[in-house]
Design a protein around this ligand. Structure first.
Ligand code: ZN
Ligand code: ZN
Length: 140
């Protein structure tokens, strides 16, 4: 089953399409996700980079070094500043989408919390969900 999801930034300058199943959302509580999203945590979903098509505009990118030490590129709209997705230098075939940038993310569900060691004390972390103190183990 192939589903197509669309999304983009707040001002509409950058638009994208995703041709891949997308379901599980990961809430990341690392300090970098807080800064980049301007929120208590960031809601992300991994998608194959090959399934992501930028349909209008060109996102700007910022080269970041994550709490894990990994180098990654954070993509955002240069006009309105909306955070869109990120990509690890060592794993360019995988893109981590900021699901808040989707036009309709209502069909997704929260699957796990990561970097809970650095979560703000007032963030609710559902104990029924899988969680990791730091990064989740990378499946290969
Ligand atoms: Zn924009
Ligand atoms: Zn994070």
């Amino acid at each position: 089953m192939t589903q197509t999801l669309t999304g983009g930034c707040l001002c509409g300058a950058v638009r994208y399409r995703i041709d891949a199943p997308l379901k599980n959302v990961i809430a990341c509580h690392c300090s970098h996700c807080r800064k980049i999203s301007g929120a208590g945590s960031s809601h992300n979903a991994p998608v194959p980079t090959s399934a992501l098509t930028i349909t209008s505009g060109t996102p700007k990118q910022y080269a970041d070094t994550a709490d894990s030490g990994n180098r990654l590129y954070r993509f955002f709209c240069g006009e309105c500043g909306s955070s869109l997705f990120s990509r690890r230098e060592k794993m360019p075939e995988m893109t981590v989408l900021k699901v808040g940038s989707l036009d309709d993310a209502s069909g997704l569900s929260l699957a796990m919390n990561i970097w809970t060691d650095s979560a703000l004390p007032w963030m609710h972390i559902d104990p029924a969900l899988e969680k990791f103190a730091k990064n989740r183990p990378v499946k290969t």
